[in-house]
Design a protein around this ligand. Sequence first.
Ligand code: GLY
Length: 465
Amino acid sequence: MRGGLPFASGKQPSPAPVSVFKKVLLADIANSIPVGAMVFEKSLNILLLGSGGREHALLQACLASPLTAAVAVAPGNGGMETEAPCHPLNLEDIPATVALAQKLAANFVIVGPEVPLALGVADALRAAGIPVYGPGRDGAQLEASKNHTKAFLARHNIPTACGARFTDTAAAHAYLATRPLPIVIKADGLAAGKGVVIAKTADEARQAVGDMLDKRVFGASGAEILIEDFMDGEEASIMLMVCGRRYVMLPPSQDHKRVGDGDTGPNTGGMGAYAPADVVTPEVRQRVVEEIIEPTLNGLADEGVDYRGTLYIGIMVTAEGPKVVEFNVRFGDPECQVLLPLLETDPVQLMLDCATGALEPASVRLKTGACVIITLAAAGYPNTVRKGDTITLPETLPSGTQILHSGTVRRAGQLLTNGGRVLGAVARGATLAEAVKAAYALADKIHFAGIHYRRDIAARQLLRK
Ligand code: GLY
């Protein structure tokens, strides 16, 4: 629709003439588009914000959507830049983000990571008349402040661990003395996936409190802390695409946070994931809907938060039932990479519908089967990461598989490692076992010095069968 703009063309499944695709209610967000405007095939100029594997998966969805006329990314990575124009951008610079969206004449923005959401990028874009997939600053508080979330959960009677907030070390130590071990100490603010310590001994717990409150090892994020009882059980990720009180629940998934097989070694950003995760049985799912999702979305709406975007609910399936571990206000990474391939309905249509108020959950269709991602990590990860190793990829990909880039860069025509989580090997299969086999066959064809990855992604579920 806006020829000549620096966007990549969307790959269209058919050359059919432009047709009316869907009627949506746009006026409440996009001042420039009247209520009841028609959204046409190839009508979206999308700006996608982010640079990780999650955003590469979102880019692939944009490129495959019949709604996409063009898509640009900011800032992107070494894999994304071969598929779409990538624009340099500091995602914490909200005025610069709005200016870029306007310069590109974007009429839909998808926000990948949490930091710009917490800084109010969705509010600023909406104020400029651009529909956005991602909550405003008020909704993003669910991830930006663990103490805000704890208070929200308490107000709405939503099951979670017992906990208390502290800014004073002596008071935190006194509280620790009254609680059982292990115990969880969390920095209140955003800490890039760090900022959570599970202390097994009283000394470890006191040390973690001191590190956060006194030494500020997580900076201002640790000026306030949350001390929570440890929840025993199995974790799962519940990803919702939310439009106020309406939502689509994607298949439950499971991340693998520890670096080593058998859940050993330090925590990472995520070494692999699979979906659907059977730990969320139909009974657990029903309880999640009734005891967690409905009170959360009604609570947000009742408190005046108009939430439009992903709500990621980390749950612990305990002996007493599912409980909230955390909320995130964006897709999980690497969970997103295994959820988008399981959607039969166009993910871009769904994100647009959430953004514009037109979501019709009953019309959403999922694919059968399972999907797996194996994270391929760089030398040193998750500690000091070596960058600059040359990456070799297979020339062809078997059908149902994808290689998604996270920490890569292209220099002088060479693809190099540029972060801890470098690539994701993704495969969809009729069964989980088939998907796992295909994902590992793909991972084994990817090479760079220092590559390491877990060999047991999804093993817990496969062994349960
Ligand atoms: N997979 C964990 C996260 O995205 O926070």
